[in-house]
Design a protein. Structure first.
Length: 361
């Protein structure tokens, strides 16, 4: 409760909202990159505390949302093979692939299990030595160290039936792609969990090369309002830089142990992001030393690339070009119980968040 009192204190929230109102001198648009921030912003009603000339735009930080249809189609194809068990985080289950979903395949009899970590999947591998276990590795710098630790453990145990299908990604190349896309923003509310691992310095290129401000933010209402105020002050003073608001978790250099795990196991590769296509060096693939755990090396898989549902504008939402309210299917045909696109599935997805909190601003 003390934690909640400290960061959800009504007087502090109203004071910060008042300071923001007194600080605005123009229109401002800031992108919250992280899906956790999108969810927190709308859960706490932050847009309703802001003046009309401060706009928040959702970005590409929901790991389930940016995972491409090609990855899902591959996972679905593997799930149809004999003696394969797919282990996945729960959210991925309901994301539509080109013609099916993991949820539909599970209902049709495929052995697909929900896990909370790679280590859970490794345990399933120990218990089922006659099967190949495929862990679907998704997420950014936040989840990649856990997958790396799992691979190292699998190697230590000399596991012969644990494999990874990796869609792990890193955030800075996507932020650069957004800027180069020409989205009109004045700065980024930078992802707090990613920065806990990487340190805030990974965002230095943004003010240095693109003259845009960055504030690494926490996830409580006072965190978010304070971060917005810090960004407004950067804009007003024409002084873009990287600042850490979430200083109870984030440092300049981050978590060196987690970084070491990641760099020992993974190397950068090009990766497909929903809505963006291929972004160079934005993915993580297993290094040569560990490629025996790569399911695509063990059982090569070819799929026919298919176009995403052309009515779904998830891709444009993830690039900050549209909002869920721009989608004609939103809340009419597409809703959390019947998601037509990835952004309606995850609780961090922009469409799901808008639906749950009935966002009208
Ligand atoms: S409301 Fe549904 S169909 Fe529309 S963009 Fe969002 S997920 Fe896609």
């Amino acid at each position: 409760m003390k934690y909640i009192d400290e960061f959800r204190n009504k007087n502090q929230i109203l004071n910060l909202a008042d300071l923001i109102r007194k600080s605005v001198t123009r229109n401002y648009a800031f992108m919250e990159v992280c899906g956790g921030h999108t969810a927190a912003i709308h859960r706490f009603g932050i847009p309703f505390l802001l003046p009309d000339n401060v706009r928040l735009i959702s970005g590409p930080g929901c790991p389930v949302c940016v995972t491409g249809t090609d990855f899902l189609d591959k996972a679905i194809a593997y799930s149809k093979m004999k003696k394969i068990i797919i282990c996945t985080f729960g959210d991925l289950l309901r994301v539509p692939g080109a013609v099916s979903s993991l949820e539909k395949e599970k209902a049709a009899g495929a052995d697909i299990r929900i896990v909370l970590s790679g280590l859970d999947a490794l345990e399933i591998a120990r218990m089922n030595p006659e099967n190949k276990i495929i862990f679907l590795g998704i997420g950014f710098e936040t989840t990649a160290p856990g997958t790396a630790a799992t691979i190292l453990q699998a190697e230590k145990e000399n596991s012969e039936n644990f494999f990874l299908l990796s869609a792990h990604k890193v955030m800075p190349p996507a932020m650069e792609a957004i800027i180069k896309d020409g989205v009109s923003i004045d700065g980024f509310i930078c992802p707090g969990h990613v920065a806990t691992i990487t340190g805030s310095s990974i965002f230095d290129f943004i003010p240095e090369s693109f003259n845009l401000g960055c504030v690494v933010a926490g996830f409580e209402p006072t965190d978010l309002l304070q971060s917005i105020l810090m960004l407004i002050r950067q804009v007003n003073q024409n002084d873009p830089k990287v600042e850490i608001q979430y200083n109870r978790a984030v440092t300049l250099k981050g978590n060196s142990i987690a970084q070491k795990l990641m760099s020992e196991v993974f190397e950068p590769c090009d990766a497909t992001w929903r809505g963006f296509g291929i972004i160079p060096f934005s993915g993580l693939m297993l290094r040569k030393n560990f490629e025996r755990f790569d399911i695509e090396k063990e059982v090569p898989m070819r799929i026919n690339l298919q176009e995403d549902n052309e009515l779904c504008i998830c891709g444009k939402i993830l690039r900050g070009l549209k909002t869920p309210g721009d989608c004609p299917l939103f809340a009419d045909i597409c809703f959390p119980e019947n998601p037509l696109g990835a952004c309606m599935v995850s609780v961090e997805g922009a469409c799901n968040t808008w639906y749950r909190y009935k966002l009208i601003k």
